[in-house]
Design a protein around this ligand. Sequence first.
Ligand SMILES: *Cc1c(COP(=O)(O)O)cnc(C)c1O
Length: 364
Amino acid sequence: MKREEVFNFSAGPSVLPTEVLEIAGKEILNFNGSGMSVMEMSHRSKVYMDIFASVKAKLKAALSVPDTHEILFLQGGASLQFSMIPMNLFSELGKYKADYAVTGNFSTVAYKEAKKYGTINVAASSEDKNHTYIPKQSDLKLDPEAEYFYYCENNTIFGTEWKYIPETGKVPLVCDMSSNILSKPVDVSKYGIIYAGAQKNMAPAGLTVVIIDKALAGKEMACTPLMMSYKTMIENDSMYNTPPCWNIYVLGLVLDWLAKQGGVSGMEKIKADKAALLYNYLDESKLFKATAEKGSGSDMNITFRTGNDELDEAFVKGMAAKGFTNLKGHRKTGGMRASIYNAMPTEGVAKLVEYMKEFEAKNV
Ligand SMILES: *Cc1c(COP(=O)(O)O)cnc(C)c1O
């Protein structure tokens, strides 16, 4: 298939803007007259240090990151943060507490991992209804003595998204924004830590962005591996060792593209319109139903089903043949999932809805 014939709904790694790939392609052999690829440069060379500084500055501007917070470019995926967070925010093994909201797959994994290091309270869980909703503020069982409150803002697999920032008093918020970062403005000052694996909305897999309130760094457990210490990484501007140079460069191209869409405020409007196209149709469809409860649905990963596994399968297969790829839901949910990240054009969602209507007409 030609790229122009494909709308890629992959949950991650996912579609990148074509324009970004074209620029990366054009520069792949010779970046800006340096005579070499960004992949081939020393991370300490002037030309790479300039790229690094500009990407960091662009991200700081895009998310209005205050000076109290540091931006880190790390490796190990979003999943390494499941361990880094408790190891860095608890000063000793088994002596501290944290609150976790368990609202999907990745927060469940993070919760289980954190239990190795301290006392973890389940502040809220949506497991009773297979993670189809987001708990309300009044449902959160908060411990004012917790070191931090942890939640995952967009549940990539189950297709739910927090529409409010939890109010936790003095307890710092730690948030996994892997699958909705850069889709809307965020008040970074309200968070102790925001982190995201890059491969959903930012860049190729292999880069993890961490935005951390510097006041939270430096009290890690003595046994924390050097490479897993936020303090090490802050002191070395993410260059204690070789950073994921290429991915950071591509993030810069994505941020240039994002700026042309009106930045995160512009993207918020675009993504709301895209999600409304699909949710409005799901509301009226007699065949397809959204799996997330009303008011909890994600604008990035929209999960739905017909209620008939064979029909679901026929739909996914038929759509793939038309170039609408990766619409099969995760094995934990079944049904379908349309991941409509920033780089998915509105046209892709509009055409998807068109084909869903055709499929409905034939099958109801
Ligand atoms: C994809 C994803 C992860 C896991 O990311 P890795 O980089 O594969 O470790 C964690 N949390 C969320 C919300 C995700 O979407």
